[in-house]
Design a protein around this ligand. Structure first.
Ligand SMILES: Cc1cc2nc3c(=O)[nH]c(=O)nc-3n(C[C@H](O)[C@H](O)[C@H](O)COP(=O)(O)OP(=O)(O)OC[C@H]3O[C@@H](n4cnc5c(N)ncnc54)[C@H](O)[C@@H]3O)c2cc1C
Ligand SMILES: NC(=O)c1ccc[n+]([C@@H]2O[C@H](COP(=O)([O-])OP(=O)(O)OC[C@H]3O[C@@H](n4cnc5c(N)ncnc54)[C@H](OP(=O)(O)O)[C@@H]3O)[C@@H](O)[C@H]2O)c1
Length: 503
């Protein structure tokens, strides 16, 4: 980044870049573009074409990455032709994680597992109690949304508006037992298990204490996820049936992307289901963590103002049917739904360092995007009630029916400094961008007077459409051309007056 670096600083370097991006964000892959341009500016030479992956594409980031990886390998093979020996296809590399089961002389652990004690976590973990878990949407409404209240006896949870909570989901014990049965591990599943791996390979949140094959499966191995291509690239080595081996190998080939897409992505088949279908597939225990991805924590926006020892969440339960008509459930939200009041779970807080502009604001929060918005509204309300300078907030909500899923709707009339404009998409109310456009004069007044905009909710089309609408409003009200408005919006983003949090 230093301005005075010589332009030939990186002349010796050949490089390529691959960005992992999400095109629903305006600054899509911006970081990698900047890094790429800077490397070139400093004399580095592009080795193969760069790639930009897009999370929004149906095939996910992997398809882009695969093509890029292919380019890299082809170029490397050409460059080092005759100087290196390629590792043959059928050789399985040594695992990075060393897994040992302590059988002889060791006592089995109980099959009643707990995940409350974890080791090796870089994050501060807190054990909280589930105070309540109430359905917020009408029982007849297709989308279940839970209002979850978690409390911490030690009152050590420190957070601010805009922060999120990480939850550490678990597999369903029935799925775990099914996996154990399929792999023939019943005799060894409850003996102590040791994992040695480099520090950076320890999963976020650490390993659970008292590791066994069963607890590894329940808390760490993402057997309910859709297998990535790398799963098949490893798995075929471990099938004993020749036809199954061939099929698994094929699914791991980049040229067979469509087959992989049709077999796993479209029906959203899980790793467990693949293992149920390929009878001869027996994954060696020492290769488990090389083949199956680890479960990642899920983030949820905190939807309340900091109150001692309590965190509130609004959680949309993921449940849908695939093209093969199978019911699919989200890992974390179905686990959360199975929790009972007074259960204890482990969480960590992610500080978002959200700087809420000290100005009037337009707030946009369709669906569960209302969660962090509620915390911001509560903060403003408290400031006004405490006699401190508050601001005027214009909130655009976006739900389906007033009577069925108007999340926190009954609270808005009691909030100071707040005006709410609702849209109910299935009651001819349109989407948030429609109501924003209908109220363009008011939006323009706030934004053109130095006000801010905070947008939160599902990623996909919504954030882009809201952005286009805001661009149009600014264009029209200021008589700006397209380039100016785009530049002004980016400036607002840099000044943290336009804030987007979408997932
Ligand atoms: C910063 C941040 C804040 C968040 N805040 C909240 C919040 O306040 N409230 C909230 O509810 N969520 C929030 N989320 C989302 C949350 O973290 C989880 O991603 C979500 O709850 C799903 O988790 P899961 O494990 O239940 O589902 P998973 O097992 O991870 O499954 C989700 C996947 O299922 C697929 N899927 C979902 N629905 C369908 C469908 N209809 N058709 C086809 N495929 C589908 C999609 O590929 C999706 O990625 C937030 C995410 C982030 C990153
Ligand atoms: N990658 C994914 O597949 C993915 C990502 C995020 C969320 N989800 C699903 O959505 C659920 C959580 O969603 P949520 O409760 O926050 O609600 P939501 O599904 O985001 O919907 C909230 C509101 O936004 C409306 N909406 C739909 N498309 C829109 C658009 N292009 N612009 C503006 N508004 C739009 C919806 O209307 P209509 O429904 O009437 O169109 C609804 O009124 C999860 O359970 C999950 O199943 C899926």
């Amino acid at each position: 980044m230093r301005r005075n670096l010589p332009p030939n600083l990186l002349e010796h370097l050949k490089f390529s870049t691959c960005g992992l991006g999400d095109s629903s964000y305006a600054m899509y892959n911006l970081a990698i573009r900047k890094l790429h341009a800077r490397l070139k500016q400093l004399g580095a030479q592009e080795f193969v074409d760069r790639a930009e992956c897009d999370e929004q594409s149906p095939e996910g980031q992997e398809a882009f990455y695969d093509s890029w990886e292919r380019l890299i390998f082809d170029a490397l093979k050409k460059k080092y032709s005759g100087k290196v020996v390629e590792i043959p296809d059928n050789v399985v590399l040594d695992p990075i994680h060393q897994i040992t089961i302590k059988q002889g002389g060791f006592k089995k652990y109980s099959t009643e597992l707990t995940a409350l004690e974890r080791q090796g976590s870089e994050k501060k973990l807190t054990t909280v109690k589930v105070d309540s878990l109430d359905r917020m949407t009408d029982p007849e409404h297709f989308q279940e949304v839970l209002h979850v209240v978690l409390s911490d006896d030690t009152q050590s949870l420190q957070y601010a508006a805009g922060d999120t909570v990480s939850l550490y989901p678990e597999n369903d014990p029935k799925d775990v037992q099914s996996f154990i049965n399929l792999q023939g591990w019943n005799d060894i599943s409850d003996y102590p298990l040791i994992i040695n791996c480099p520090d950076h390979m320890v999963p976020e949140g650490g390993w659970v204490k008292d590791l066994t094959l069963r607890s590894l499966l329940q808390y760490h191995l993402d057997v309910a996820s859709v297998p990535p291509r790398s799963f098949f690239q490893m798995a075929w080595h471990f099938a004993s049936d020749e036809r199954e081996m061939e099929k698994l190998k094929e699914l791991g080939e980049v040229e067979e992307s469509e087959q992989l897409y049709n077999y796993v992505n479209r029906p959203r088949r899980s790793i467990l289901e693949v293992i149920q279908e390929f009878f001869s597939l027996r994954i060696p225990i020492e290769q488990l963590l090389e083949v199956i991805p680890v479960i990642k924590p899920r983030l949820f926006s905190i939807c309340n103002l900091q109150r001692q020892g309590t965190v509130e969440l609004a959680v949309a339960v993921v449940e849908y049917k695939t093209i093969i008509r199978r019911l699919r459930q989200g890992l974390c939200t179905s686990w959360l739904k199975r929790q009972k009041v007074n259960n204890k779970i482990v969480v960590s807080i992610n500080q978002n360092n959200l700087k809420i502009p000290d100005t009037d604001m337009v707030l946009v929060g369709p669906g569960t995007g209302i969660a962090p918005v509620r915390a911001i509204v509560q903060l403003n309300d408290k400031m006004i009630r405490d006699g401190k300078a508050g601001h005027k907030y214009l909130l655009f909500t976006g739900h389906r029916y007033r009577e069925k899923d108007y999340l926190f709707g009954h609270e808005w009339p009691h909030m100071k400094g707040l005006r709410v404009i609702d849209s109910f998409s299935r009651q001819a109310g349109g989407y948030v961008q429609d109501t924003i456009w209908k109220n363009k004069d008011e939006v323009a007044r706030i934004l053109n007077n130095g006000g801010g905009l905070y947008l939160c909710g599902s990623s996909g089309k919504m954030p882009t459409q809201v952005r286009i609408t805001v661009e149009e409003i600014l264009k029209e009200s200021n008589n700006w051309d397209t380039e100016t408005v785009k530049a002004e919006l980016l400036k607002m983003e840099k000044e943290k007056r336009f804030i987007q949090e979408t997932w």
